[in-house]
Design a protein around this ligand. Structure first.
Ligand SMILES: O=C(O)CCC(=O)C(=O)O
Ligand SMILES: [Fe+2]
Length: 351
């Protein structure tokens, strides 16, 4: 059982694959306890090989080591409209009142061709990935192979975690199968440069305090710490130290809404004051975009009205994006206005 002030515990997920009934029950009980408490836990004993985790992490570093203009060739904002590709440093503000975030990213997802119905119908984040060209990255094929092998393995893991989550709610383990069929999931390779010593401590974030938008997130951290989870009870920040091979799993807003707020989508953030470069890879499992999410069984009293109206998975996730990117855009426009005001004032003073 997790207690107040405990960092997300490490659970041995192998019980799901090979454990006896007692080990499986313990896993389900531990996961339930985490979902009710902080909405975060960590797992080892999963089916994603350590070499694959290391392989994608090596590529994460190699990609961000490319010169900026080469990364910009696959800029997410200009090269496509389906949210794939490179995201420039300082593009997002997830925490109101803080500075644009010190992180750059690469969005990767299911490799979907332009004839796929999801692309044709402009479904959430669906379309071909944006890869660097072979002139920029001669071994790009290995990058693609590693990234996609890792992505599909983690998506399969997400489906297994949802089977355990179903059991935490006393539902059949197949309860979420329809939701996971045709699911959309988005992976972000992330690089957090170390925060410059002269940056304002209180306002600088690698990623500002936020909750995730989707169903569950499965995160791989490299060796440099920086992720913190807000303890829901003490309101203190708890460090989630990287553990080799372990994934951090957390519930997103869609799961919280779906469970009628019984389960927690918790606030977390990254601050990198380590003096080292930090790398991480979250995979956000959104689910089938058209699936209509409405209050799960066993998440309200008999006769009690659900707190939320039904919503499709796609609508729920898009709402979250609009808020956070809108904030960064507004911030930059304001900053540009301020800068041009200052320039005009300077020119007037000189004239
Ligand atoms: O990089 C991390 O450790 C966390 C990333 C995260 O919270 C996110 O991308 O939503
Ligand atoms: Fe997050």
């Amino acid at each position: 059982m997790v207690g107040v002030g405990d960092a997300p515990p490490i659970l041995d997920f192998s019980a799901f694959y090979t454990g006896d009934a007692a080990a499986k029950k313990k896993l389900v009980d531990d996961v339930r306890s985490c979902c009710l408490h902080n909405g975060f836990f960590q797992i080892t004993g999963h089916n994603v090989p350590l070499e694959l985790q290391q392989g994608i992490m090596d590529w994460n570093k190699k990609f961000f080591d490319l010169p900026l203009e080469q990364k910009m060739e696959i800029n997410k904002d200009t090269s496509n409209t389906w949210n794939r590709g490179y995201e420039l440093l300082k593009s997002q503000i997830l925490e109101e009142g803080t500075l644009p975030e010190l992180k750059e990213g690469l969005y990767i997802g299911d490799e979907i061709s332009k004839s796929h119905p999801y692309f044709v119908n402009k479904k959430l984040n669906s379309g071909p990935n944006m890869w660097p060209s072979a002139t920029v990255l001669p071994d790009v094929e290995d990058f693609q192979k590693t990234a996609l092998a890792y992505y599909y393995k983690v998506v399969d893991l997400a489906k297994d975690i949802l089977k355990v989550l179903a059991q935490t709610l006393d539902l059949d383990e197949s309860y979420f199968d329809e939701f996971t069929e045709g699911a959309v999931a988005t992976m972000r390779l992330l690089h957090y440069p170390s925060q410059p010593p002269d940056s304002p401590q209180k306002l600088t974030r690698g990623i500002g305090a936020h909750t995730d938008f989707g169903t569950i997130t499965i995160l791989l951290q490299d060796k440099v710490a920086g992720l913190q989870v807000l303890d829901n009870h003490t309101k203190e920040w708890l460090d989630v130290e990287p553990t080799p091979g372990a994934f951090v799993v957390n519930l997103g807003n869609l799961m919280m809404r779906w469970s009628n707020d019984k389960y927690i989508s918790n606030t977390h953030r990254v601050i990198n004051q380590s003096g080292k470069e930090r790398y991480s890879i979250p995979v956000f499992f959104s689910g089938n975009p058209d699936y209509v999410v409405e209050c799960l069984p066993n998440c309200r009293e008999e006769g009690e009205e659900p707190k939320y109206k039904p919503i499709t998975a796609e609508q729920a996730v898009l709402g979250g994006y609009a808020d956070s990117y809108g904030r960064a855009e507004r911030f930059k426009k304001e900053a540009a206005k301020e800068a041009s005001k200052k320039l005009v004032a300077k020119e007037v003073a000189v004239a």
